[in-house]
Structures are given as structure tokens and as C-alpha cells.
Design a protein around this ligand. Structure first.
Ligand SMILES: NC(=O)c1ccc[n+]([C@@H]2O[C@H](COP(=O)([O-])OP(=O)(O)OC[C@H]3O[C@@H](n4cnc5c(N)ncnc54)[C@H](O)[C@@H]3O)[C@@H](O)[C@H]2O)c1
Ligand SMILES: [Zn+2]
Ligand SMILES: [Zn+2]
Length: 445
């Protein structure tokens, strides 16, 4: 409902005039001028709250001279896709193709594409950047000023993010990469070549999770010797834990409430865990963390969960009744847990407004609260690629399942409910190479 209302409002008010690439191109089947009807492809599309389906759609075609059409060989589902599934991120339309992490092979290029030729292996960044605006010049690509003309986002946030693949009309309205082909605007800017020694099963994650987790760690300021607490042991939290250790953290503590804590601990035995569903009488996450950290608390806290996940009834109802869009429970827990003058970073998605925020603790104890933003992938992806090549970081550590694109509709619900030990999937398509060494075997749903 809210999603549709926001969409109607956007239509009534109209887009801004800042974008230099077409907006609202979320499915080539909806607009014949964007379709190459010579071929049909499979894709995953949104049809309403808790309703995603596999559809057949025409292949996208080059519509702007700097477009690259990518034949997708690897895709996945992100915790951010769950916010679309749940309808907490607004302005989706029926039939929008989702997915913002994908890699593949160049299939076709527009007349102004210089860096890429048909046949090259590439990975796409989740954000769509123009490459030469104020933010792009600094590689802060997630805040590009030229790829998203959404008026509601601008009014609500006092500024816009970049356009994003498969992430609603709120961020421009672009068809995503949970599909067999995807159109990449400004292809020279938004694709990174994948070298032969990096298989899709590793390179894919340069799209988002690696850059996001790395950014959470360096932007929040994890330094040598720091004790780091991370809320959420999903893929983002897991890689933030690995990267905190790479950055010299002396101790990493993960907070969650399910088997994922054990999954992460199996890979990094030095990590400590707090299961908040199993606290003792009178204990809170904050009291437990104080006890684990010299009665002061961690130096750095990282939010890798999300604002839509209320813990108590009060926030559950306030969110349900539209009195707030996000709970403040996790952020308050981070603030009260962190040592005085420590740092807190928010990487989990928050959509709008929150109630009962503990501003007193923040102010009096000098807590630095940092919105990490949508992570600027372009700032990091070349160095992260090198770290994969040098085996300093290990993206396959989080990949629990290999699945088929055709099964992604079912995989969304498995991932949402944390069933079957699903941490992160690699979704193959009919174009994918055989699984690389170390890949989990294919699971069919
Ligand atoms: N800022 C960015 O650029 C960016 C990029 C990618 C993902 N994200 C966001 O990061 C978050 C994590 O992504 P993911 O793929 O790991 O998601 P995920 O949904 O797989 O994992 C989130 C984890 O948080 C846990 N959780 C829920 N409530 C909690 C609480 N109160 N305390 C502790 N843990 C709690 C869940 O049990 C789950 O394991 C999502 O909100 C996602 O949208 C942000
Ligand atoms: Zn994501
Ligand atoms: Zn830009």
C-alpha cells in the first residue's frame, strides 16, 4: 500500500531533472522501446509484498550509447532484497526485475563504450554511477548525482543516493541482475573486468557484500587493537568480522539469535558470540557486552542487521501502525554498549524515521554515530579484487549454497527464514561455467 502510494505521489510530483540516464526501466517487457524481442530470458520479479516470481521477459537492448548488455553468469540474493520483499523499501511496481549483485560476460555494447568488448568477463557494481559528477570524481559512487531523479527520496532525505540495480523506483528504477541478461548504464564506469584467476563464485561478491563490509569496517574506523561488536551474523556481518580481523581488531563479538553465530564461529574460531534470544535473567545485550569488554564496552560497533527488525512489541506495533518506519532498538543497543567516545556505524538498511532514540547516551558519552551510507563500491573494488587474488580475503567462506536462477523465487523465502543453513547463495544461470573448486554442490528447489 505504502509502496503504491509513494509511487503515485512520485508520478504526481514528477522526477527531478538531474538524471542523465533513463529512469523507470525495470522490465523490458513493460516498454517495447527497451526490449530486444529476438530472445526471451528468465528473471525474478516483484509482484507485491511477500510475492516474488520467476517470469519470462524479453532481453534488454542497448538504449543509450554508453550501455553494456551483460549475459549474467552469477547472481545472488542480498539482505537488502528482503526489504523489497517485505515492502519496507517503497516504490516498487508489479513486474520490476530485482537483483543488484551480478557478474557475467559482455554480450553487446553501445557505440560510446570504450573499455569493453563482447565476450569479456565482468562484475557490476550494485550502484549505477555516471563517473564524472562531484561524488563520482571522488569515487563516492553510491551518491552519484546523475543516475537517480527520484523526487520523494530527495524530499525525504534532503538529497539522493545514486541509482541502483533492482532496487525500486526510489533509486531510479533499473532492472536488476536476477536475470539472464541485464542492461548496465554507463558500462565503462559500472563494470569491472574479472581476471582469469578469479572465478565468478568469488568475483560476483565485489558487486556489493565485499565493498559494503569493507566500507563498514574502515568508515566506522576499526583500528589495530580495537574490540569490535557486530549486530547481525548474515553475509554482511560475517565479512565485516573477517575484515575487522584483517584490519587488526583484537577481538570480534557477533550478536544474533540463530545458527548463523555457529556458522561464522566455525570459520573464524576466535570470534566470540552473543545469542540475544538466550540471555540470562536480568541480562541485556549491553550488560553482556560490558562484561566481555572490561566493563567499558567495545571500541567499535557495527550494525549489519536492519531497522525493520523490531525486537519488542512496542516497536513492532509502532512500525506496523506507521508511527515509525524503523526501530531504534539495535542502534540504542549499540550506543549504550559502546565505550565512551567509541564509534558506531550503521550499514544495515534504515528507511526513514525512528522513535525513542537514546540521544542522551549518544551526547553525554561522546558516541560517534556514523551512517555508513550505501557503500561506494567504486572506491574499493579494485583493491578488494587484488586481495582476493592474493588470498587475503575469502568470499567463498560465506557461500553456503549454489542454486539455479530459476529457483530464486523459492530461495528468497528460504533466505528470509534462514532455513537449510542458508547464509549466502551463488545463483547460476544457463550461461554459467561449471562450478569452481570449493563451490558447494548445486541444490535444486
Ligand atoms: N549499506 C549498504 O551499502 C548495504 C549493502 C548491502 C546490504 N546492506 C544491508 O545490510 C544488512 C545485512 O545484510 P545481510 O545480507 O547480511 O542480511 P541478512 O538479512 O541475511 O542478515 C541480517 C542478520 O541480522 C540478524 N538480526 C536481526 N535482528 C537482529 C538484532 N536485533 N540483533 C542482532 N542481529 C539481528 C538476523 O537474524 C540476520 O541473521 C541488511 O539490512 C542489508 O540491507 C547494506
Ligand atoms: Zn545488497
Ligand atoms: Zn556521478
Amino acid at each position: 500500500m505504502l509502496s503504491q502510494a509513494a509511487m503515485q505521489a512520485e508520478k504526481a510530483v514528477g522526477h527531478g531533472d538531474n538524471a542523465t540516464t533513463a529512469q523507470d526501466v525495470t522490465n523490458p517487457g513493460n516498454d517495447p522501446s527497451t526490449a530486444d524481442n529476438s530472445e526471451t530470458m528468465k528473471a525474478l520479479a516483484w509482484f507485491g509484498k511477500n510475492d516474488v516470481r520467476i517470469i519470462d521477459a524479453p532481453k534488454p537492448k542497448v538504449i543509450e550509447p554508453r550501455d553494456v548488455i551483460v549475459k549474467v553468469t552469477g547472481s545472488t540474493v542480498c539482505g537488502s532484497d528482503l526489504h523489497l520483499l517485505h515492502g519496507s523499501v517503497v516504490e516498487l511496481q508489479k513486474g520490476d526485475i530485482l537483483g543488484h549483485e551480478f557478474c557475467g560476460v559482455v554480450d553487446n555494447v553501445g557505440s560510446d563504450v570504450k573499455r569493453f568488448k563482447k565476450g569479456q568477463r565482468v562484475v557490476a557494481s550494485f550502484q549505477i554511477a555516471c563517473g564524472d559528477c562531484y561524488y563520482c570524481k571522488q569515487k563516492l559512487s553510491s551518491q552519484c548525482e546523475k543516475t537517480n531523479a527520484n523526487t520523494i527520496e530527495n524530499a525525504m532525505y534532503g538529497g539522493r543516493t545514486a541509482g541502483m540495480f533492482g532496487y525500486s523506483h526510489f533509486t531510479g528504477g533499473f532492472a536488476g541482475g536476477q536475470s539472464e541478461y541485464t542492461r548496465v548504464p554507463y558500462g565503462d564506469v559500472n563494470l569491472l573486468p574479472l581476471p582469469d584467476d578469479v572465478p565468478d563464485e568469488e568475483g560476483l561478491f565485489l558487486s556489493d557484500v565485499l565493498a559494503t563490509s569493507w566500507h563498514a569496517v574502515v568508515d566506522t574506523g576499526v583500528k589495530k587493537g580495537d574490540v569490535v561488536a557486530i549486530w547481525g551474523a548474515g553475509p554482511i556481518g560475517q565479512m565485516a568480522a573477517e575484515f575487522s580481523l584483517v584490519n587488526g581488531a583484537s577481538k570480534v563479538i557477533m550478536i544474533d539469535q540463530n545458527w548463523r553465530l555457529d556458522f561464522v564461529k566455525k570459520t573464524y574460531p576466535n570470534i566470540e558470540t552473543v545469542d540475544f534470544s538466550k540471555l540470562g535473567k536480568g541480562e541485556t545485550v549491553t550488560s553482556v557486552l560490558k562484561k566481555m569488554c572490561n566493563d567499558r564496552g567495545p571500541d567499535v560497533s557495527i550494525e549489519a542487521a536492519a531497522g525493520e527488525y523490531a525486537k519488542g512489541w512496542a516497536h513492532y506495533f509502532e512500525v506496523m501502525l506507521g508511527l515509525e518506519t524503523d526501530t531504534s532498538e539495535i542502534v540504542n543497543e549499540m550506543i549504550t554498549s559502546t565505550r565512551n567516545f567509541g564509534r558506531c556505524g550503521i550499514t544495515g538498511v534504515y528507511v526513514g524515521f525512528t522513535n525513542h532514540f537514546n540521544i542522551g547516551s549518544l551526547m553525554e558519552r561522546g558516541i560517534r554515530l556514523i551512517g555508513n551510507g550505501q557503500a561506494p563500491v567504486h572506491l574499493y573494488w579494485e583493491s578488494l579484487l587484488k586481495m582476493i587474488q592474493e588470498k587475503q580475503i575469502h568470499p567463498m567462506n560465506m557461500v553456503s549454497h549454489r542454486v539455479r536462477l530459476e529457483d530464486l523465487d523459492k530461495v528468497y523465502y528460504k533466505f528470509e527464514n534462514k532455513e537449510d543453513g542458508m547464509q549466502k547463495v551463488f545463483a547460476e544461470t544457463k550461461w554459467s561455467a561449471p562450478a569452481c573448486k570449493g563451490s558447494p554442490p548445486l541444490t535444486r528447489y
